[in-house]
Design a protein around this ligand. Structure first.
Ligand code: XLS
Ligand code: NI
Ligand code: NI
Length: 432
Protein backbone atom coordinates (compact mmCIF):
# COMPACT_ATOMS: atom_id res chain seq x y z
CA UNK A 1 0.00 0.00 0.00
CA UNK A 2 2.86 2.37 0.78
CA UNK A 3 5.49 1.02 -1.63
CA UNK A 4 5.65 4.25 -3.64
CA UNK A 5 6.81 6.23 -0.62
CA UNK A 6 10.28 6.79 0.75
CA UNK A 7 11.57 7.38 4.25
CA UNK A 8 10.21 10.68 5.61
CA UNK A 9 13.10 12.96 6.55
CA UNK A 10 13.62 16.18 8.44
CA UNK A 11 14.24 18.99 5.94
CA UNK A 12 13.81 22.00 8.19
CA UNK A 13 11.26 24.76 8.29
CA UNK A 14 12.04 26.21 4.84
CA UNK A 15 11.24 22.97 3.02
CA UNK A 16 8.29 22.97 0.62
CA UNK A 17 8.10 19.18 0.56
CA UNK A 18 4.84 17.99 2.15
CA UNK A 19 6.45 14.57 2.66
CA UNK A 20 9.15 15.95 4.98
CA UNK A 21 9.30 17.15 8.58
CA UNK A 22 9.75 20.88 9.12
CA UNK A 23 10.10 20.74 12.92
CA UNK A 24 10.36 17.13 14.05
CA UNK A 25 14.05 16.30 14.06
CA UNK A 26 14.23 13.20 16.20
CA UNK A 27 17.81 13.63 17.40
CA UNK A 28 17.62 17.38 18.10
CA UNK A 29 18.14 18.10 21.79
CA UNK A 30 15.45 20.00 23.69
CA UNK A 31 15.71 20.41 27.46
CA UNK A 32 18.57 17.94 27.53
CA UNK A 33 16.84 15.10 25.66
CA UNK A 34 16.36 14.17 22.00
CA UNK A 35 12.93 15.14 20.65
CA UNK A 36 12.06 11.50 20.06
CA UNK A 37 12.49 10.78 23.81
CA UNK A 38 10.19 13.64 24.78
CA UNK A 39 7.47 12.86 22.29
CA UNK A 40 7.48 9.04 21.94
CA UNK A 41 5.06 9.11 18.99
CA UNK A 42 2.79 6.19 18.18
CA UNK A 43 0.59 5.36 15.17
CA UNK A 44 -2.91 4.02 15.96
CA UNK A 45 -3.64 0.78 14.09
CA UNK A 46 -7.42 1.30 14.11
CA UNK A 47 -7.73 4.71 12.46
CA UNK A 48 -4.79 4.25 10.10
CA UNK A 49 -5.24 0.68 8.87
CA UNK A 50 -8.91 -0.10 9.60
CA UNK A 51 -10.73 3.23 9.23
CA UNK A 52 -12.43 3.19 5.84
CA UNK A 53 -14.07 6.62 5.95
CA UNK A 54 -17.60 5.27 6.50
CA UNK A 55 -19.93 7.13 8.84
CA UNK A 56 -23.61 6.94 9.92
CA UNK A 57 -24.57 8.54 6.63
CA UNK A 58 -22.34 6.89 4.10
CA UNK A 59 -20.36 3.91 2.86
CA UNK A 60 -16.56 3.53 2.83
CA UNK A 61 -14.54 6.05 0.85
CA UNK A 62 -11.15 4.40 1.38
CA UNK A 63 -10.08 0.94 0.28
CA UNK A 64 -7.29 -1.28 1.47
CA UNK A 65 -5.49 -3.84 -0.71
CA UNK A 66 -6.54 -6.56 1.76
CA UNK A 67 -10.26 -5.69 1.73
CA UNK A 68 -11.29 -8.71 -0.33
CA UNK A 69 -8.97 -11.28 1.24
CA UNK A 70 -11.26 -13.99 2.64
CA UNK A 71 -9.05 -15.77 5.17
CA UNK A 72 -8.87 -13.61 8.33
CA UNK A 73 -5.30 -14.63 9.04
CA UNK A 74 -4.06 -13.81 5.53
CA UNK A 75 -5.84 -10.50 5.82
CA UNK A 76 -4.17 -9.83 9.18
CA UNK A 77 -0.75 -10.59 7.67
CA UNK A 78 -1.17 -8.26 4.70
CA UNK A 79 -2.41 -5.50 6.96
CA UNK A 80 0.52 -6.06 9.33
CA UNK A 81 3.09 -5.77 6.54
CA UNK A 82 1.61 -2.53 5.22
CA UNK A 83 1.22 -1.11 8.72
CA UNK A 84 4.85 -1.70 9.62
CA UNK A 85 5.96 -0.36 6.23
CA UNK A 86 4.04 2.87 6.90
CA UNK A 87 5.25 3.24 10.49
CA UNK A 88 8.90 2.59 9.49
CA UNK A 89 8.74 5.14 6.69
CA UNK A 90 7.14 7.70 8.97
CA UNK A 91 9.73 7.00 11.67
CA UNK A 92 7.58 6.87 14.79
CA UNK A 93 9.11 4.59 17.40
CA UNK A 94 5.76 3.14 18.56
CA UNK A 95 2.31 1.87 17.56
CA UNK A 96 -0.89 0.95 19.46
CA UNK A 97 -3.61 -1.59 18.66
CA UNK A 98 -6.86 -3.23 19.76
CA UNK A 99 -6.99 -7.03 19.43
CA UNK A 100 -9.69 -6.77 16.75
CA UNK A 101 -7.79 -4.16 14.67
CA UNK A 102 -5.12 -6.74 14.20
CA UNK A 103 -7.16 -9.93 13.61
CA UNK A 104 -10.76 -8.89 12.94
CA UNK A 105 -14.00 -9.60 14.80
CA UNK A 106 -15.51 -12.90 15.84
CA UNK A 107 -16.19 -14.93 18.96
CA UNK A 108 -13.67 -14.32 21.71
CA UNK A 109 -12.25 -17.78 21.03
CA UNK A 110 -11.81 -17.07 17.33
CA UNK A 111 -9.99 -13.85 18.23
CA UNK A 112 -7.87 -15.84 20.71
CA UNK A 113 -6.83 -18.38 18.04
CA UNK A 114 -5.97 -15.75 15.44
CA UNK A 115 -3.99 -13.69 17.94
CA UNK A 116 -1.97 -16.76 18.91
CA UNK A 117 -1.09 -17.32 15.25
CA UNK A 118 -0.24 -13.74 14.34
CA UNK A 119 1.78 -12.79 17.42
CA UNK A 120 5.05 -14.46 16.35
CA UNK A 121 4.83 -12.51 13.07
CA UNK A 122 4.17 -9.24 14.87
CA UNK A 123 7.16 -9.95 17.10
CA UNK A 124 9.31 -10.54 14.01
CA UNK A 125 8.11 -7.26 12.49
CA UNK A 126 8.93 -5.40 15.69
CA UNK A 127 12.40 -6.96 15.84
CA UNK A 128 13.26 -6.30 12.21
CA UNK A 129 12.05 -2.67 12.22
CA UNK A 130 12.85 -1.61 15.81
CA UNK A 131 9.27 -0.38 16.25
CA UNK A 132 7.82 -1.04 19.73
CA UNK A 133 4.36 -1.37 21.18
CA UNK A 134 3.32 1.70 23.21
CA UNK A 135 0.10 0.04 24.31
CA UNK A 136 -2.24 -2.80 23.61
CA UNK A 137 -5.94 -2.98 24.40
CA UNK A 138 -9.04 -5.10 23.85
CA UNK A 139 -12.02 -3.87 21.85
CA UNK A 140 -14.83 -4.43 24.37
CA UNK A 141 -17.35 -2.14 22.72
CA UNK A 142 -17.96 -2.96 19.02
CA UNK A 143 -19.42 -6.46 19.17
CA UNK A 144 -23.20 -6.59 19.82
CA UNK A 145 -22.54 -8.76 22.90
CA UNK A 146 -21.22 -5.58 24.58
CA UNK A 147 -24.22 -3.40 23.76
CA UNK A 148 -25.08 -3.21 27.49
CA UNK A 149 -21.46 -2.81 28.54
CA UNK A 150 -18.52 -5.20 29.03
CA UNK A 151 -17.35 -5.10 32.68
CA UNK A 152 -20.55 -3.20 33.57
CA UNK A 153 -22.98 -5.49 31.74
CA UNK A 154 -25.97 -6.63 33.85
CA UNK A 155 -25.44 -10.18 32.47
CA UNK A 156 -22.50 -11.89 34.20
CA UNK A 157 -22.01 -14.23 31.23
CA UNK A 158 -20.98 -11.26 29.11
CA UNK A 159 -18.34 -10.40 31.71
CA UNK A 160 -16.76 -13.83 31.24
CA UNK A 161 -16.39 -13.16 27.51
CA UNK A 162 -15.00 -9.68 28.13
CA UNK A 163 -12.54 -11.17 30.61
CA UNK A 164 -11.40 -13.74 28.02
CA UNK A 165 -10.65 -11.02 25.49
CA UNK A 166 -8.99 -8.93 28.20
CA UNK A 167 -6.77 -11.82 29.32
CA UNK A 168 -5.67 -12.49 25.74
CA UNK A 169 -4.99 -8.82 25.02
CA UNK A 170 -2.86 -8.56 28.18
CA UNK A 171 -1.00 -11.73 27.14
CA UNK A 172 -0.39 -10.21 23.70
CA UNK A 173 0.82 -6.94 25.24
CA UNK A 174 3.25 -8.84 27.47
CA UNK A 175 4.48 -11.04 24.60
CA UNK A 176 5.15 -7.94 22.48
CA UNK A 177 6.90 -6.05 25.27
CA UNK A 178 4.15 -3.39 25.39
CA UNK A 179 4.96 -0.41 27.63
CA UNK A 180 1.34 0.13 28.73
CA UNK A 181 -2.06 -1.51 28.66
CA UNK A 182 -5.06 0.78 28.03
CA UNK A 183 -8.66 0.63 29.18
CA UNK A 184 -11.02 2.90 27.36
CA UNK A 185 -14.47 2.18 28.79
CA UNK A 186 -16.34 2.25 25.49
CA UNK A 187 -19.73 1.13 26.76
CA UNK A 188 -18.96 1.21 30.49
CA UNK A 189 -21.70 3.66 31.36
CA UNK A 190 -25.43 3.88 30.94
CA UNK A 191 -28.09 4.98 28.49
CA UNK A 192 -30.89 5.26 31.08
CA UNK A 193 -30.70 5.25 34.87
CA UNK A 194 -34.16 3.64 35.03
CA UNK A 195 -32.78 0.25 34.05
CA UNK A 196 -29.33 0.71 35.62
CA UNK A 197 -27.91 -0.19 39.05
CA UNK A 198 -25.10 2.34 38.88
CA UNK A 199 -23.31 1.38 42.10
CA UNK A 200 -23.28 -2.29 41.21
CA UNK A 201 -21.92 -1.57 37.72
CA UNK A 202 -19.12 0.64 39.02
CA UNK A 203 -18.16 -1.98 41.66
CA UNK A 204 -18.07 -4.61 38.92
CA UNK A 205 -15.90 -2.39 36.72
CA UNK A 206 -13.43 -2.02 39.60
CA UNK A 207 -13.46 -5.80 40.16
CA UNK A 208 -12.61 -6.45 36.51
CA UNK A 209 -9.77 -3.92 36.58
CA UNK A 210 -8.44 -5.44 39.80
CA UNK A 211 -8.45 -8.90 38.19
CA UNK A 212 -6.66 -7.48 35.13
CA UNK A 213 -4.05 -5.80 37.33
CA UNK A 214 -3.45 -9.00 39.31
CA UNK A 215 -3.28 -11.13 36.16
CA UNK A 216 -0.84 -8.76 34.47
CA UNK A 217 1.46 -8.48 37.44
CA UNK A 218 1.41 -12.26 38.06
CA UNK A 219 2.46 -12.81 34.46
CA UNK A 220 5.31 -10.33 34.40
CA UNK A 221 3.70 -7.15 33.05
CA UNK A 222 5.87 -4.35 34.44
CA UNK A 223 4.34 -1.54 32.38
CA UNK A 224 1.58 0.87 33.30
CA UNK A 225 -2.15 0.24 33.18
CA UNK A 226 -3.91 3.29 31.78
CA UNK A 227 -7.51 4.45 31.93
CA UNK A 228 -8.67 6.79 29.17
CA UNK A 229 -11.48 9.06 30.40
CA UNK A 230 -14.35 10.10 28.16
CA UNK A 231 -17.60 11.64 29.36
CA UNK A 232 -20.01 10.24 26.76
CA UNK A 233 -20.26 8.63 23.32
CA UNK A 234 -21.17 5.89 22.77
CA UNK A 235 -22.93 5.71 26.18
CA UNK A 236 -25.01 8.70 27.25
CA UNK A 237 -22.93 8.87 30.40
CA UNK A 238 -19.63 7.03 30.87
CA UNK A 239 -18.25 6.12 34.28
CA UNK A 240 -14.72 7.31 33.33
CA UNK A 241 -16.13 10.81 32.80
CA UNK A 242 -12.95 12.85 33.17
CA UNK A 243 -9.53 12.75 34.84
CA UNK A 244 -10.73 13.86 38.26
CA UNK A 245 -13.51 11.24 38.24
CA UNK A 246 -11.03 8.51 37.32
CA UNK A 247 -8.55 9.59 40.00
CA UNK A 248 -11.31 9.36 42.64
CA UNK A 249 -12.28 5.93 41.32
CA UNK A 250 -8.69 4.61 41.32
CA UNK A 251 -8.07 5.82 44.85
CA UNK A 252 -11.38 4.49 46.15
CA UNK A 253 -10.69 0.99 44.82
CA UNK A 254 -6.94 0.97 45.63
CA UNK A 255 -5.75 0.92 42.02
CA UNK A 256 -3.71 4.14 42.06
CA UNK A 257 -0.30 2.45 42.25
CA UNK A 258 -0.72 0.43 39.05
CA UNK A 259 -2.92 2.70 36.94
CA UNK A 260 -2.36 6.12 35.42
CA UNK A 261 -4.40 8.27 33.04
CA UNK A 262 -4.32 8.34 29.25
CA UNK A 263 -5.68 11.77 28.30
CA UNK A 264 -7.26 12.38 24.91
CA UNK A 265 -7.61 15.94 23.66
CA UNK A 266 -11.10 15.55 22.18
CA UNK A 267 -12.39 13.73 25.28
CA UNK A 268 -11.24 16.63 27.46
CA UNK A 269 -13.25 19.01 25.28
CA UNK A 270 -16.35 16.80 25.42
CA UNK A 271 -16.07 16.84 29.23
CA UNK A 272 -16.21 20.64 29.16
CA UNK A 273 -12.53 21.01 30.00
CA UNK A 274 -9.44 22.04 28.11
CA UNK A 275 -6.69 19.54 27.28
CA UNK A 276 -4.38 21.61 29.49
CA UNK A 277 -6.80 21.26 32.42
CA UNK A 278 -6.97 17.48 32.18
CA UNK A 279 -3.17 17.19 31.95
CA UNK A 280 -2.70 19.43 34.98
CA UNK A 281 -5.21 17.44 37.06
CA UNK A 282 -3.40 14.19 36.23
CA UNK A 283 0.02 15.75 36.85
CA UNK A 284 -1.08 17.04 40.27
CA UNK A 285 -1.96 13.47 41.28
CA UNK A 286 1.28 12.04 39.85
CA UNK A 287 -0.90 10.04 37.44
CA UNK A 288 -0.12 11.60 34.06
CA UNK A 289 0.54 8.47 32.01
CA UNK A 290 0.15 9.02 28.29
CA UNK A 291 -1.85 10.99 25.75
CA UNK A 292 -4.09 10.33 22.78
CA UNK A 293 -3.29 13.22 20.49
CA UNK A 294 -5.97 14.66 18.26
CA UNK A 295 -8.07 17.79 17.85
CA UNK A 296 -11.76 18.32 18.56
CA UNK A 297 -14.21 20.66 16.94
CA UNK A 298 -15.46 23.48 19.11
CA UNK A 299 -18.63 23.89 17.04
CA UNK A 300 -20.04 20.42 17.64
CA UNK A 301 -20.40 17.90 20.42
CA UNK A 302 -18.82 14.67 19.30
CA UNK A 303 -15.45 12.99 19.04
CA UNK A 304 -14.22 14.18 15.64
CA UNK A 305 -10.69 12.83 16.31
CA UNK A 306 -8.99 15.20 13.87
CA UNK A 307 -5.22 15.29 13.54
CA UNK A 308 -3.71 17.91 15.88
CA UNK A 309 -2.75 21.22 14.28
CA UNK A 310 -3.69 23.69 16.99
CA UNK A 311 -0.28 25.08 17.95
CA UNK A 312 -1.63 27.19 20.82
CA UNK A 313 -3.47 24.28 22.44
CA UNK A 314 -0.53 21.91 22.01
CA UNK A 315 1.94 24.49 23.35
CA UNK A 316 -0.15 24.83 26.51
CA UNK A 317 -0.14 21.04 26.77
CA UNK A 318 3.61 20.69 26.28
CA UNK A 319 4.17 23.27 29.02
CA UNK A 320 2.29 21.07 31.50
CA UNK A 321 3.99 17.89 30.26
CA UNK A 322 7.49 19.44 30.54
CA UNK A 323 6.80 20.84 34.00
CA UNK A 324 5.56 17.46 35.19
CA UNK A 325 8.81 15.78 34.12
CA UNK A 326 7.60 14.24 30.85
CA UNK A 327 6.54 10.71 29.96
CA UNK A 328 8.02 7.55 31.45
CA UNK A 329 6.21 4.54 29.94
CA UNK A 330 3.71 6.76 28.08
CA UNK A 331 3.89 8.70 24.85
CA UNK A 332 1.86 10.49 22.21
CA UNK A 333 -0.52 8.23 20.30
CA UNK A 334 -2.25 9.71 17.28
CA UNK A 335 -5.79 8.60 18.04
CA UNK A 336 -6.84 10.63 15.02
CA UNK A 337 -8.48 9.93 11.73
CA UNK A 338 -8.43 11.55 8.34
CA UNK A 339 -11.60 13.19 7.12
CA UNK A 340 -13.97 11.04 5.07
CA UNK A 341 -12.96 12.85 1.88
CA UNK A 342 -9.22 12.33 2.38
CA UNK A 343 -8.81 9.19 0.38
CA UNK A 344 -5.20 8.56 -0.67
CA UNK A 345 -2.29 6.83 1.09
CA UNK A 346 -0.33 10.10 0.85
CA UNK A 347 -3.01 11.73 3.03
CA UNK A 348 -2.09 9.37 5.87
CA UNK A 349 1.50 10.64 5.66
CA UNK A 350 0.42 14.30 5.49
CA UNK A 351 -1.83 13.82 8.53
CA UNK A 352 0.88 12.27 10.70
CA UNK A 353 3.69 14.56 9.52
CA UNK A 354 1.54 17.58 10.30
CA UNK A 355 0.63 16.23 13.76
CA UNK A 356 4.24 15.35 14.60
CA UNK A 357 5.47 18.76 13.44
CA UNK A 358 2.80 20.46 15.57
CA UNK A 359 3.99 18.65 18.70
CA UNK A 360 7.69 19.14 17.90
CA UNK A 361 7.17 22.84 17.36
CA UNK A 362 5.11 23.12 20.54
CA UNK A 363 7.84 21.31 22.48
CA UNK A 364 10.45 23.82 21.33
CA UNK A 365 8.18 26.77 22.15
CA UNK A 366 7.14 25.41 25.54
CA UNK A 367 10.76 24.80 26.55
CA UNK A 368 11.67 28.39 25.60
CA UNK A 369 8.75 29.88 27.51
CA UNK A 370 9.63 27.93 30.62
CA UNK A 371 13.37 28.64 30.39
CA UNK A 372 13.65 32.11 28.90
CA UNK A 373 10.55 33.99 29.94
CA UNK A 374 9.23 35.22 33.29
CA UNK A 375 6.30 32.80 33.08
CA UNK A 376 7.24 30.63 36.08
CA UNK A 377 8.50 33.48 38.26
CA UNK A 378 5.40 35.58 37.53
CA UNK A 379 3.21 32.69 38.58
CA UNK A 380 5.24 31.96 41.70
CA UNK A 381 5.17 35.62 42.65
CA UNK A 382 1.38 35.52 42.91
CA UNK A 383 1.77 33.11 45.84
CA UNK A 384 4.74 34.79 47.55
CA UNK A 385 2.64 35.83 50.59
CA UNK A 386 2.54 32.16 51.56
CA UNK A 387 6.29 32.37 52.11
CA UNK A 388 5.74 35.04 54.79
CA UNK A 389 5.72 33.84 58.44
CA UNK A 390 1.89 33.96 58.58
CA UNK A 391 1.33 32.29 55.19
CA UNK A 392 3.81 29.50 55.79
CA UNK A 393 2.37 28.84 59.28
CA UNK A 394 -1.04 28.47 57.62
CA UNK A 395 0.26 25.99 55.04
CA UNK A 396 1.89 23.94 57.79
CA UNK A 397 -1.43 23.72 59.62
CA UNK A 398 -0.20 25.80 62.57
CA UNK A 399 -2.96 28.41 62.56
CA UNK A 400 -6.53 28.51 63.88
CA UNK A 401 -9.46 30.65 62.77
CA UNK A 402 -8.93 32.86 65.86
CA UNK A 403 -5.29 33.45 64.95
CA UNK A 404 -6.32 34.14 61.32
CA UNK A 405 -8.63 36.86 62.66
CA UNK A 406 -5.74 38.43 64.59
CA UNK A 407 -3.66 38.44 61.40
CA UNK A 408 -6.51 40.03 59.41
CA UNK A 409 -6.57 42.84 61.95
CA UNK A 410 -2.82 43.23 61.73
CA UNK A 411 -2.70 43.23 57.88
CA UNK A 412 -5.66 45.57 57.33
CA UNK A 413 -7.75 45.55 54.12
CA UNK A 414 -5.61 43.90 51.36
CA UNK A 415 -4.89 46.04 48.31
CA UNK A 416 -5.95 44.47 44.99
CA UNK A 417 -3.25 42.66 43.03
CA UNK A 418 -3.59 42.10 39.28
CA UNK A 419 -3.80 38.50 38.02
CA UNK A 420 -2.12 39.59 34.77
CA UNK A 421 -3.73 36.92 32.57
CA UNK A 422 -3.16 39.03 29.46
CA UNK A 423 0.54 39.29 30.23
CA UNK A 424 0.84 35.50 30.49
CA UNK A 425 -1.01 35.13 27.20
CA UNK A 426 1.23 37.71 25.61
CA UNK A 427 4.29 35.67 26.63
CA UNK A 428 2.92 32.56 25.00
CA UNK A 429 2.00 34.32 21.76
CA UNK A 430 5.39 35.98 21.65
CA UNK A 431 7.28 32.70 21.85
CA UNK A 432 4.99 31.02 19.30
C1 XLS B 1 -12.51 6.34 21.58
C2 XLS B 1 -11.21 6.10 22.20
C3 XLS B 1 -10.49 4.84 21.71
C4 XLS B 1 -9.40 4.46 22.66
C5 XLS B 1 -8.93 3.06 22.53
O1 XLS B 1 -13.09 7.41 21.70
O2 XLS B 1 -10.41 7.22 22.06
O3 XLS B 1 -10.00 5.02 20.42
O4 XLS B 1 -8.32 5.32 22.56
O5 XLS B 1 -9.92 2.13 22.76
NI1 NI C 1 -8.38 7.39 22.46
NI1 NI D 1 -11.62 9.42 21.04
Amino acid sequence: MFKDFEQIKYEGRDSDNPLAFKWYNEKELVAGKPMSDHLRFAVAYWHSFCGDGSDQFGDPTRFFPWDNVKDPLDKAKQKLESAFDFISKLGTPFYCFHDTDMVGNGTVFEIEKRLEKILPLVKEMQDSTGISLLWGTANLFSDPRYMNGAATNPDFRVLTHAATQLKNAIDATIALGGKNYVFWGGREGYMSLHNTDMQREIDNLAMMLTMARDYGRKNGFTGTFLIEPKPMEPAKHQYDYDTDTVIGFLRHYGLQDDFKINIEVNHAILAGHTFQHELQVAANAGLLGSIDANKGDYQNGWDTDEFPTNIYEVTEAMMVILQSGGFTTGGINFDAKMRRNSTGPEDLFYAHISGMDTFARALIIADKILKQSDYISLRNKRYSSFDSPGGSAFEKGQLTLERMRDLALEYGEPESISGRQELFEMLISRYI
